[in-house]
Design a protein around this ligand. Structure first.
Ligand code: KG4
Ligand code: ZN
Length: 378
């Protein structure tokens, strides 16, 4: 069943219901579709010139039960499930928003990066729907979408700011300027979310790994194992997670030599890994904000839902004096409200994608031609 995003913290930006029309301005209603990995999501946002977008409806259909038996996302199963879900997820988003196709000003969809088969389902549906409704469609870079989630909830978040994107596929720090995002550093190997997922699997925790590991860590001690903080002292802003993952593997093997892993072993390894993985993110972010002279920091992507990361970042923001934007949990993990918001911004600038524009599995955010202007507006 599609599930509506719940627990939205602020009705001003996340309510369901019919759109309102402020006097003297023309609101635009954009439908967003996200299907880059194992979530089929659709959302409708309303934006009014120079006003941040407002979420009218946001629906996410997850596939955890499809992939759980395999311990990871199976791409072919993901795209088949998307095909079965796309129509009703989009319909539910429109119904919840209380709008028909004829009310839409445009349709936005994630074009990449992501799983090709999964992307093509949402993208093709978006193009067909836009064609049928006689409105433009616009491609959105998935990471521009994640960053748009922060701007969606925080009107004060304007360029220049520091953007940390932490997800299952990406770990990168950007200096976000009004005209474009500039890459400061990124992971040299695994993404941090991927490391959470792999370590969770190693510990025998259920899929999806990140949230399960974070729950397991609650009962453990962060100082039980002194895992390395990779590249912590190195200049620049790159990250590395493969060495940390290997260190966890060796620790688990050492503990298994004495018998099967007990609950406390699991919790201690999980807590110590989580501390190492998030410490590196926090240190790099603090240093980049200081070096770049940026007083605003946004942290987005699935791993931004991690409780320890959020708490420690909040403490760092207070200590260092930067303003921190952390989207609510349901806007950290993949959703379509962020895609609709990023799409609405592109459309407001007159940027439209042709029907021949197709999905891409890889493309850096910074410097990509179609998304060079996908950073925040001035
Ligand atoms: O942004 P996202 O939903 O999808 C991608 O674009 O990859 O991020 C998914 C990643 C997964 O690796 C997942 O394990 C991780 O975010 N994640 C978490 C938490 N919630 C999701 N990692 C650590 N702690 C969490 N609470
Ligand atoms: Zn994502």
């Amino acid at each position: 069943m599609p599930r509506p995003v719940s627990g939205a913290p602020d009705v001003s930006h996340a309510r369901s219901g019919a759109p309102s029309t402020p006097v003297g301005s023309e609101p635009s209603l954009v439908l967003g579709i996200e299907s880059s990995c194992d979530e089929m999501a659709a959302a409708v946002v309303e934006s009014v010139a120079a006003q941040p977008a407002r979420i009218l409806a946001s629906v996410v259909h997850g596939q955890a039960s499809v992939h759980a038996p395999y311990g990871g996302v199976v791409p072919e199963l993901a795209s088949r499930d998307h095909l079965g879900a796309v129509s009703r997820v989009v319909q539910e988003a429109l119904d919840r928003a209380g709008v028909g196709l004829d009310a839409l000003s445009g349709v936005a969809a994630t074009a990449g990066p992501g799983l090709m088969g999964s992307l093509l389902v949402g993208l093709s549906f978006a193009k067909a729907l836009a064609y049928r409704a006689g409105v433009p469609w616009v491609a959105v870079h998935h990471l521009a979408g994640h960053l748009a989630a922060a701007e969606l909830i925080d009107a004060k978040l304007v360029a220049p700011y520091l953007g940390l994107v932490v997800s299952g596929g990406h770990t990168a720090l950007y200096r976000i300027e009004a005209d474009a995002p500039h890459l400061l550093g990124e992971t040299r190997d695994d993404a941090v979310g991927e490391a959470f997922d792999k370590v969770a699997k190693l510990l025998g925790l259920p899929f999806p790994g990140g949230p399960a590991l974070s729950r397991c860590a609650e009962a453990g001690s962060e100082t039980a194992v002194a895992f390395p903080r990779p590249l912590a002292g190195a200049p620049g802003y790159d990250f590395s997670y493969s060495g940390l993952k290997t260190a966890v593997l060796l620790e688990v093997e050492r503990r298994r030599a004495g018998g099967p892993l007990g609950e406390s072993d699991r919790a201690d390894v999980a807590a110590s890994f989580q501390a190492a993985a998030t410490d590196v993110l926090i240190r790099r972010t603090r240093r980049a904000a200081r070096d770049e002279g940026l007083s605003r920091v946004a942290v987005v992507g699935g791993v931004a839902a991690n409780g320890r990361l959020r708490t420690e970042l909040e403490a760092a923001a207070e200590q260092d004096g930067f303003a921190l934007t952390l989207p609510p949990l349901e806007l950290c993990t993949d959703n379509a409200a962020m895609i609709a918001a990023a799409g609405a911004r592109r459309l407001a600038r007159g940027e439209v994608s042709g029907l021949e524009f197709t999905a891409f599995s890889r493309m850096p955010l910074a410097g990509s031609s179609f998304d060079a202007s996908a950073g925040p507006d001035a």
